[in-house]
Ligand binder design. Structure first.
Ligand code: ATP
Length: 907
């Protein structure tokens, strides 16, 4: 292929096809399959993916792992100098922990990545490919050099191609050249040497903004220009999401703090005259007890699990950070048609020659209308559209389908005279026209927004024939439009013109004769009203941005519950153009605001203004013109069904069912992810306090050490792991949408959360561990001040009891950590299987730690007397009662707090 590539823009279309061994009808099936085997799938190789071995190795050399390696090294050194001290086995235990933890983190990272990859595959990009005699729809990865593609507005170009035919095709090449103004292309040979400058080449990664064309593929996959760029940019380290970065910072901070605490203990021990070796051991213990080893991988996995849950709810996340951004969204800018409404249109009312018909039985009512005018209107409805007939059915804009269906339903035998020229619909012109040949000459049919057509019209078709468009007639039309719009109908005007010859838009669309108005109903989607109510409760502002008429927008806004107040602010596209950025920002203060008759590029301005006001903005979009706004938004959301490939490429998330309610559910999931991170932090940190307490007791009271370093590690990296993961998989908590959005700057660890974990939950767990420890010691005849060897059975039994106390209370803690205010009993018991599995595993491990002799030997534990359980068991119950009591008090006070237990506020 490489020989043809530098020259393909110089060739004629025929030469280009020949050079690629293809023809105007495309490649035969068998040849395409052969080429796919030869050239491989049309996909970018994932260059940036680290080899698995390197990824695995990295788990063993990060900061915390290094800390543990040092600890293990010290233990080995001590064991070597003092054989029989147990230090050697501690060294092995720490190494074991590093390995287990590294493998677990590796597994988590791998699982998170696999989950995202799987999501990507759910929404393959589709392309229309020519095969001899037909056109097929293929996933973009199957495209091969020589394939002839059919590209139209909104399509993403899947491979580098040479245009063969072009009809006003314009592409957005921003992704490849950085150029933001769409480039007009044609199929003529070009003298340009540069591939980027040649006007007959379509490059992979660009998007078709308008027009259509046929093109032959000359490079696929990594051989495309985009592939070359990907090769360069993929090597750049991918950044962490804000939440991941936050957690990474947090764990470094906690790590540094544990080092500091360790150092203080070391100095304390030194002054107390503890032998250096033993002192070092304690220090290592203190540090290890507090280091949050598995935090970051757990957060990453929590995000990925959130993304998976979203996919099950029809929301496909393309970028992981979008999951958490969703949780703090403060504004949603939504489209109307298709998102709030069904996009299933039906003609409800007609206005023809001064008479309005409709309300109920429209088709029957047509008969009562002046026949000549009605006929001309029906003709326009049947002919003026951009639909394509595919396998006997119309495909395209649902509104046009409704119009055609209505007209065809009335006169099915009417001959279709296909358009000889089409002036396509464009959201800025708000109209479209088609030109037809009739026995009497040429006839133009135009349809569009009434305001636009009234500007171009000079007459109205009355019962007796065309009448000049007087002020009175104009008013009559406007009043009819207002009546229909107030009923929530989308109103279109139709016009016609008989003329002598073809011409361009400006020439054709003038001196129009209005034939009538049509009101179409597009009912609000089920569940939208409920989703709106949720948004209101959740403190999320919803702003409708529509191309439709303000009155229609207002009516739909009221019907869906988006607007509740008596006087919402309505800004039209024309007004917006006159507003300065400052004025726009001030307008956006209004509690209820909607934007109607918006031009294509205006969404972007609104998003920018909202962001300047400190909002976190979610924006929906489907068209090519929406791409800039989708990219600018904090969360760009494209429509899976009606959306163009270009919009999907630009978005962070794709709504597979286009539904507003799905978006609101996605926000709820986003909030859940953040809440879950807090839940498992609370859970994990509570046991850290319990682990630290024996060291405090040892340092301050000079009693034997209640918990050894290995035992600490068994909790942190053994029993705590799966339940913490289970908390990360919690579904959204009840009431997650009853509070205002989280401030993006709000820290994960709030003072409320620290107090609750350290001074409340942690304190109960510490009491459990120490009570078990001293009960066994006391029962065994130990007295204060008496020294105990590490190998003494009594000491081993006592530490086993301490460990058991902590694990038992942690088993209860999982359940109370499920919500900061709601009762642990408010959750369905079997609702979270991972969590239950985690608790079961915890129980099993506890039994093994206590009763299994080989495990006893490694951990330095021994089975304690059975009655110790009677001392230990009240503690989990106490934890439950105290937490439930605290929650009851909070609920009584009507506390509107989040998981942190602190009140949340809007920006
Ligand atoms: P929404 O926000 O409801 O999705 P929109 O932004 O998609 O609306 P546009 O498609 O931009 O709205 O349409 C704007 C206006 O242009 C419509 O209100 C209608 O008057 C007119 N219009 C829409 N589609 C067509 C069409 N196919 N032919 C002619 N006029 C159209």
């Amino acid at each position: 292929m490489s020989g043809t590539r530098p020259h393909i823009q110089h060739l004629t279309s025929e030469e280009a096809l020949r050079s690629l061994g293809s023809g105007p009808e495309g490649l035969p099936e068998a040849e395409a399959a052969r080429r796919l085997r030869e050239f491989g799938p049309n996909a970018l190789e994932r260059l940036e993916r680290e080899p698995a071995l390197r990824q695995l190795l990295r788990q063993f050399i990060h900061f915390f792992a290094l800390l543990l390696w040092v600890a293990a090294g010290l233990a080995f050194a001590a064991g070597w100098r003092q054989p029989g001290s147990g230090m050697g086995s501690l060294g092995f235990a720490i190494v074991g922990v590093i390995l287990v933890n590294g493998l677990f983190s590796f597994w988590q990272a791998h699982k998170a990545e696999a989950a995202l990859e799987a999501l990507k595959r759910l929404l393959p990009q589709q392309v229309r490919v020519a095969r001899p005699g037909r056109v097929v729809l293929l996933p973009a990865w199957e495209v091969v050099p020589g394939d002839v593609l059919l590209l139209g507005e909104g399509d993403a170009v899947p491979a580098d191609c040479r245009l063969l035919e072009a009809e006003g095709i314009r592409v957005d090449t921003a992704t490849v050249t950085g150029e933001s103004v769409p480039k007009t292309l044609d199929a003529d040979p070009s003298d340009e040497e540069s591939v980027l400058a040649a006007r007959n080449l379509l490059l992979a990664g660009t998007g078709v903004v308008s027009g259509q064309g046929r093109a032959v593929v000359y490079a696929t996959g990594m051989r495309t220009e985009f592939g070359a760029i990907a090769r360069m940019t993929q090597q750049v380290e991918k950044g962490l999401s804000p939440l991941q970065a936050h957690v990474a910072r947090l764990s470094r901070w906690i790590g540094a703090l544990s080092l500091g605490i360790g150092l203080v203990f070391f100095l304390l021990g030194h002054r107390m005259g503890i032998p250096p070796m033993a002192n070092l051991m304690f220090t290592i213990g203190v540090i290890v007890a507090n280091v949050p080893e598995g935090l970051l991988p757990t957060v990453t996995l929590a995000l990925a699990m959130g993304a998976q849950r979203l996919a099950r709810k029809q929301a496909l996340v393309r970028h992981l950070p979008a999951v958490e951004a969703l949780g703090s969204a403060t504004v949603i800018c939504t489209d109307k048609t298709g998102t709030l409404t069904e996009n299933r249109m039906e003609v409800r009312r007609l206005f023809v020659a001064g008479r309005e018909a409709g309300h109920e039985a429209v088709p029957a009512a047509v008969g009562s209308l002046p026949s000549r005018a009605a006929e001309r209107l029906m003709e326009g409805m049947a002919l003026c559209h951009g639909l394509r007939r595919v396998e006997g059915a119309w495909r395209g804009d649902p509104m046009e389908q409704a119009l055609v269906a209505f007209a065809e339903g009335l006169s099915p035998q009417a001959p279709g005279t296909p358009a000889i020229q089409e002036l396509a619909f464009d959201a800025d012109r708000r109209r479209m026209s088609t030109l037809h040949r009739t026995p009497d000459g040429l006839r133009l049919h135009t349809k569009g927004a009434p305001e636009t057509l009234l500007e171009l019209a000079t007459a109205v078709l009355a019962a007796e024939g065309p009448a000049p468009l007087t002020d009175a007639l104009r008013r009559q039309l406007q009043e009819s439009q207002a009546r229909m719009a107030d009923a929530g109908l989308r109103v279109l005007a139709f016009a016609t013109r008989d003329l002598a010859e073809e011409g361009d838009a400006g020439d054709l669309e003038r001196e129009l004769v209005i034939t009538g108005l049509v009101g179409l109903e597009d009912p609000p989607r089920a569940e939208v009203a409920e989703a709106m109510a949720i948004c209101h409760r959740a403190g999320i502002k919803v702003i409708m941005i529509t191309g439709d008429h303000p009155r229609t927008a207002l009516a739909i806004g009221r019907e869906t519950g988006l607007l509740r107040g008596p006087s919402p602010v309505v800004v039209t596209g024309e007004e917006l153009r006159r507003l300065s950025d400052t004025q726009l920002q001030l307008r956006l203060e209004a509690p209820e605001i909607l934007f109607a008759r918006m031009g294509a590029e205006q969404k972007l301005r609104i998003v920018q203004a909202l962001k300047r006001k400190g909002h976190l903005v979610a924006v929906t979009g489907d068209g090519v013109n929406d791409a800039p706004a989708l990219r600018e938004a904090d969360i760009g959301i494209a429509m899976g069904r009606s959306g163009t490939e270009v919009a999907k490429e630009a978005a962070d998330m794709v709504l597979l069912d286009d539904h507003f309610a799905t978006l609101v559910r996605a926000i709820e999931e986003g909030r859940a992810v953040f809440d879950n991170v807090r839940k498992f932090l609370t859970y994990h940190m509570s046991s850290n306090v319990a682990e630290l307490a024996p060291y405090l007791a040892w340092a301050l009271l000079r009693v034997p050490l209640g918990l050894t370093v290995i035992q600490i590690l068994m909790v942190d990296l053994g029993t705590d792991m799966v339940p913490a993961l289970g908390l990360g998989a919690e579904p959204p908590e009840p009431g997650a949408m009853d509070r205002p959005p989280r401030r993006p700057s709000e820290p994960i660890l709030t003072s409320g959360l620290v107090i609750r974990t350290y001074l409340w939950l942690g304190a109960v767990e510490a009491a459990a561990g120490l009570s078990g420890f001293f009960f066994v010691l006391g029962r065994g005849g130990w007295r204060l001040g008496q020294a105990l060897g590490g190998e003494a059975v009594l000491y081993r039994q006592a530490t086993a009891a301490c460990l058991a106390g902590i694990i038992l209370t942690q088993m209860m803690n999982v359940f109370v950590c499920r919500h900061p205010r709601a009762s642990a009993f408010a959750f369905p018991w079997l609702g979270n299987r991972l969590l239950l599995a985690g608790v079961a595993l915890e129980a099993l491990l506890l039994m093994a730690f206590t009763y299994l002799p080989p495990v006893n030997r490694i951990l330095g534990t021994a089975a304690f007397p059975a009655e110790t359980w009677l001392v230990l068991l009240p503690f989990p119950l106490a934890l439950l009662l105290l937490e439930e009591g605290r929650k009851v008090l909070l609920r009584r006070r009507g506390w509107q707090g989040g998981v942190s237990g602190t009140a949340r506020s809007r920006p």
